[in-house]
Design a protein around this ligand. Structure first.
Ligand code: NDP
Length: 683
């Protein structure tokens, strides 16, 4: 059989393994299939290449450029999925498992890319939060900004997700403008290598954005500094060793860790046998135990059920687990493949034996089970193993030792507080779930257990058809957990990008902050000498340009007409005596929505032009009542411009409505879509 030489990609070159390479065996047949690792990688050159080529090329691109690159990359990978599936069977994974790893990885990149385009500016500076007013007159303000770190992100990944594990870290890193050195776990690095080859062959990645180390990482961590980031997924023992490296400690190098996690799933007190929740719970637990043969950092390790129903749950789980077909992952009928390696099999059996000291195994005998289409002795197969512990308060191991395979323990709880106490005994996990239809149970669980878990997954009859599964980290939501789970956090939309950027508090005048963030700040200069902004194309408009309208007096008749036309006859607008008794109003006042409508009437230029649509309004505040006899006038200022597609972009306008005294009566941000070109009447 052909033994693959898994390469590393270093300073723009593919480099093969050498005599120090480690051997990789098929999880299914036990055959030697690949070698990976080279001792002669020049780590200094790799870091310099990333810092001098990768970083600068990425930082020249705006967030939107990087997001477009990621989207194209994901679409390209989507065209090569089959090759990734084919390579992945030897890791022991089934086609269903590939969907989690390969399709899940590609989907994650697409979501991060889309969020980058929608939630980040077309710029290289990201504004974090609102402007802070630091002075009485508003001439000195504060704004938090985020800029790309100038070092390199070193990603050390676990064996269980060779594609998703790389992409879920890579997408936020590249969007942040940071180059990465990816170090996959050796056991499955041949799949990651293929994925990197596909990405590089596309020609879509900017130079130096990604390097790959297959096999041993070498001494890279000894050369990292304060601008670098290590993002690690794996065991707590390795995390401890790596994060305490002197160089990491001395330079306060950021270290993000996802490690062991004793995830819990709780059957709600209301979810008695016969309810849809009970059946849902059994399905979720079985799926989480057997997907990826339990080699998921988010798999359910501890199953907590009301003591009255522990027999029913145990029986139902045994029943479902007994129908799981274990075998050759390439066979379509197989529901659970092999563990990744014989070493992992030994590890899982050792850990299961430890759990067996505190709990009784009620399903799955590793010495007696059927493997279909593969040799049970040569492949790294184990059966699903379900344990039952009737005394979970006294137990230690099953709350602390993670058997990284299809191993889980069912245990009884007395009441919800007890369930929370047991769930929290894991001392920090990536996810805990509660299957309940009772909103009060959900709330009490979130209050009692939130601090111990990175994600809480709640499911019931209302959400089960569309729910994404206890074990699926989603790019929109944070993935990570406190304590034993590593104290790290990844993903969570744009939050995940921030691990690779520096947040800086910037203080200065409105004009300086406007220029820095390319977003107009109240108090900054208003350019008032331009043509009406509705006549100017997206590209012609400049941040800060302002239209100040003529005044318009509000009459009692206006208020009456508006009230009866819209049906908004709220007493404060039509009943003088009642309005006067209201502490907020001096008497009858104009409707806030009347002010908005009249404001539009004042600032709109009605002719066909580049403004295509009004798409929304943010941060509306009514600040001072307007009465009949007052007059209002509007300042309409271009606040921010964000390209949306090849034809138009979004303009955020700052709108302030002032009365005859120049007092602010209302303020908001208006969103419009504006064309890049003037309309063509002939077209
Ligand atoms: P390891 O901690 O052994 O390895 C994780 C990664 O770290 C691999 O890429 C590994 O590379 C690398 N690594 C190991 N030692 C070093 C070192 N000295 N310097 C640099 N890199 C190093 O975990 P495994 O992947 O073997 O998984 C073991 C256990 O980790 C599982 O049984 C499970 O308990 C836990 N785990 C937790 C996950 C989570 O997200 N919570 C996910 C996956 C695993 P190499 O493969 O080359 O040794």
């Amino acid at each position: 059989m052909n033994i693959q030489d898994v390469h590393s990609y270093v300073c723009g070159q593919w480099i093969g393994s050498d005599s120090t390479a480690r051997e990789i065996h098929s999880a299914v047949t036990g055959e030697l299939i690949a070698r990976a690792g080279a001792s002669h990688l020049d780590v200094g050159a790799m870091l310099e290449y990333a810092q001098t080529k990768g970083g600068p090329a990425l930082r020249k691109m705006s967030f939107h450029d990087r997001a477009r690159m990621l989207k194209a990359l994901a679409l390209h990978l989507g065209q090569h999925k089959q090759a990734l599936y084919d390579a992945s069977f030897a890791t022991g994974a089934t086609q269903r498992d590939h969907m989690i790893d390969v399709d899940g990885g590609i989907g994650t990149v697409l979501v991060i890319a889309s969020k980058g385009r929608r939630e980040m500016p077309n710029d290289t500076i990201y504004l974090d939060g609102p402007v802070e007013r630091l002075s009485r007159q508003g001439t000195f303000l504060g704004q938090h900004v985020c800029t790309s770190l100038t070092g390199v992100a070193v990603h050390i990944n676990a064996f269980n997700f060779p594609v998703w594990g790389m992409l879920e870290k890579l997408a936020p890193t590249l969007l942040a403008g940071m180059p990465a050195i990816v170090k996959p776990a050796t056991a499955t690095c041949y799949v990651t290598e293929l994925c990197v080859r596909i990405m590089l062959d596309s020609g879509l990645l900017s130079e130096g954005a990604v390097q790959l180390v297959s096999g041993n990482l070498g001494p890279i961590l000894d050369h990292l500094g304060g601008q670098d980031v290590v993002s690690f997924t794996g065991s707590a023992a390795t995390a401890r060793k790596l994060r305490s490296a002197p160089c990491i400690l001395d330079n306060a190098t950021r270290f993000v860790a996802e490690q062991d996690s004793l995830n819990a799933s709780v059957l709600g007190p209301d979810a008695v046998p016969g309810t849809p929740e009970f059946d849902l719970f059994i399905k979720e637990v079985q799926r989480e135990m057997t997907a990826k043969a339990g080699q998921k950092c988010t798999a359910i390790r501890r199953i907590m059920v009301p003591e009255a129903h522990i027999d029913a749950v145990s029986d139902a789980l045994r029943d479902r687990l007994s129908s799981v077909v274990i075998g050759n992952p390439a066979d379509e009928k197989t529901q659970m493949g092999a563990l990744v390696s014989q070493a992992q099999r030994r590890d899982v059996l050792e850990k299961a034996a430890l759990i067996g000291q505190e709990a009784e195994r009620i399903f799955g005998d590793p010495d007696d089970f059927t493997v279909h289409g593969a040799d049970a002795d040569k492949g790294a197969f184990v059966p699903p193993m379900l344990f039952r512990c009737n005394t979970p308060d006294a137990a230690q191991t099953l709350h602390a030792v993670e058997a990284f395979g299809p191993v889980s323990t069912v245990m009884p709880y007395r009441d919800l507080d007890h369930a929370i106490e047991l769930a929290n005994k894991g001392e920090g996990s990536l996810v805990a779930s509660v299957i309940t239809h009772d909103p009060e149970v959900a709330r009490q669980f979130v209050i009692g257990a939130g601090a111990f878990h990175g994600r809480l997954y709640l499911n019931n009859r209302d959400s089960m058809k569309e729910s994404t599964g206890h074990g699926s980290p989603l790019p929109h939501m944070v993935h990570g957990g406190p304590g034993r789970a590593g104290g790290g956090e990844e993903l969570g939309g744009i939050r995940g990008v921030m691990h690779y950027m520096q947040r800086t508090a910037v203080q200065g005048s409105p004009d300086l902050l406007t220029r820095i963030g390319k977003k107009w700040v109240p108090g900054a200069t208003e350019a008032r000498d331009r043509a009406h902004p509705f006549t100017r194309t997206f590209h012609e408009l400049e941040v800060g340009e302002t239209l100040v309208t003529d005044p318009r007096e509000i009459s009692l008749d206006d208020i009456e007409t508006f009230a009866h036309f819209t049906g908004d006859t709220f007493y404060a607008h039509i009943d003088e005596a009642a309005a006067s008794r209201n502490p907020f109003f001096p008497g009858r006042v104009a409707h806030g929505y009347l002010l908005l409508s009249f404001a539009a009437g004042l600032f709109v230029q009605p002719d066909e032009g580049p403004v295509l649509a009004n798409t929304g309004l943010d941060n509306l505040r009514f600040l001072k009542p307007v009465q009949a006899g007052d007059s209002i006038r509007v300042h309409l200022t271009v606040m921010q411009k964000t390209p949306r597609n090849q034809d138009y972009g979004e303009v955020r306008w700052h709108v302030s409505i002032r009365n005859q005294e120049d007092d602010l009566t209302a303020e908001y941000e208006l969103l419009t879509m504006n064309a890049y070109a003037q309309p063509d009447p002939a077209g």
